[in-house]
Design a binder for this molecule. Structure first.
Ligand SMILES: [Zn+2]
Length: 79
């Protein structure tokens, strides 16, 4: 995965230090039905383009944070 990810604690690091944590999306309300929870947990958009994702700096500080990444180029978008 030859790209770098900006950890909020450690700065810009190689992607191999991180664990992908899936797409960022809004969780259903706690009272939502099982179908809604199943779709939230097991179905993803798999966007070809820019999407917001959770990443963990698993080989570093252990922080979880969100990143906007272009999935077609692995370019990380910073604001
Ligand atoms: Zn870190």
């Amino acid at each position: 995965m030859g790209f770098k990810i900006p950890c909020p604690n450690c700065g810009l690091r190689d992607a191999y230090e991180f664990r992908f944590g899936y797409e960022s999306k809004k969780a259903p309300h706690a009272d939502a039905d099982l179908r809604t929870w199943r779709e939230y947990l097991y179905f993803f958009e798999n966007t070809c383009g820019i999407q917001e994702e959770w990443w963990c700096h698993s080989a570093g500080c252990g922080a979880w944070f969100k990143v906007k990444r272009d999935t077609s180029t692995n370019e990380i978008l910073t604001e």
